[in-house]
Ligand binder design. Structure first.
Ligand code: 13P
Ligand code: SF4
Length: 296
């Protein structure tokens, strides 16, 4: 199956991008694995005519926003992000207006229509840089309240929250982390900024998914507790087979990130399914917010 996928990708001049939470067999067959920021940048620069995005819908949509001349495929159209569904453009525009039209920073985990009514996007890897780049002392951040609180703790700006969250990162409790630390007292705790503030308070480092891989590689420590979706255990253990990695909680399992199989991926390349497009009016506006982030 893997050989068939690689052959189809070659024949069709397609690049396969996979998020760090994807099933291991998908990561193994991909051209590039990474976090949301790395994958967006790669999508914006690729010379391939077809981008097969193994991730969730908003990631493929971001590639379609950046590359209107390319065909962007999502091998399973049911792979969504529940957090991205927690905000819509009408409610966001109303809240922005009620707050006096302050700038809106939108996490890439959002629809193209929401990006289109936002001033700039951010990812977990660049949120503080993005917030500090804005020429206003007040900002509205959406949809993740935890990411927004993390940004608020690292800037002098006043941040207004949207009440969205990742249903998996948001379940991690300080008690879970304390228990994991008791079980592995020698390990450092690395957390994703989608975790609640009381969990981030216990972290030795706060990182995006690829940031966690880099941090573990650069550290003298030999073991780490990961406060993120458990899919990251695969690429991080593969990168550093001599180090030990433990999940902070096995509850952190995103079903949507596991919806793509090798069969889906082969069918996607063979039949050109499922093409992700964004209406041009929305795409142009969303591109402004995504491109500003990438330029930064
Ligand atoms: P990263 O950008 O850190 O990979 O995170 C994406 C995501 O969906 C986290 O839940
Ligand atoms: Fe969305 Fe959370 Fe899944 Fe990431 S882990 S795709 S934020 S639901």
């Amino acid at each position: 199956m893997k050989e068939k996928i690689r052959r189809l990708a070659r024949e069709k001049n397609a690049i396969i991008l996979a998020h760090n939470y994807q099933p291991k067999e998908i990561q193994d067959v991909a051209d590039l694995c990474g976090d949301s920021l790395e994958l967006s940048i790669k999508a914006s620069k690729t010379s391939a005519g077809i981008i097969v995005f193994c991730g969730v819908h908003f990631m493929a949509e971001t590639a379609a926003i950046l590359c209107p001349e390319k065909t962007v495929l999502l091998p399973n159209p049911d792979a969504g992000c529940p957090m991205a569904d927690m905000v819509d453009p009408v409610a966001l525009t109303a809240k922005k207006k009620a707050l006096g039209n302050i700038p809106v920073v939108t996490y890439v985990n959002s629809s193209a229509a929401v990006k289109a009514v936002s001033d700039i996007c951010c990812t977990s890897a660049n949120v503080i840089k993005v917030v500090n780049s804005i020429n206003s002392n007040e900002i509205l951040m959406t949809p993740d309240k935890n990411l927004a609180q993390y940004a608020a703790a690292n800037t002098s700006k006043k941040i207004h929250l949207w009440d969205g969250y990742c249903p998996f990162h948001n379940t991690l409790t300080a008690q879970d982390v304390k228990k994991a630390k008791m079980d592995h007292p020698e390990a450092l705790f690395i957390a994703h900024p989608e975790c609640p503030p009381e969990v981030l308070d216990l972290a030795d480092s706060i990182q995006s998914t690829s940031g966690m891989i880099k941090f573990a590689g650069a550290s003298d420590h030999l073991s780490f507790i990961l406060g993120t979706e458990t899919g990251l255990l695969y690429p991080i253990s593969k990168a550093y087979p001599d180090k030990k990695f433990y999940p902070a909680s096995k509850k952190m399992y995103c079903m949507d990130m596991k919806k793509i199989s090798l069969e889906n991926l082969a069918d996607s390349l063979k039949n050109m399914t499922y093409v992700i497009t964004v209406p041009e009016e929305i795409r142009k506006k969303a591109l402004g917010a995504v491109q500003k982030m990438i330029n930064l």
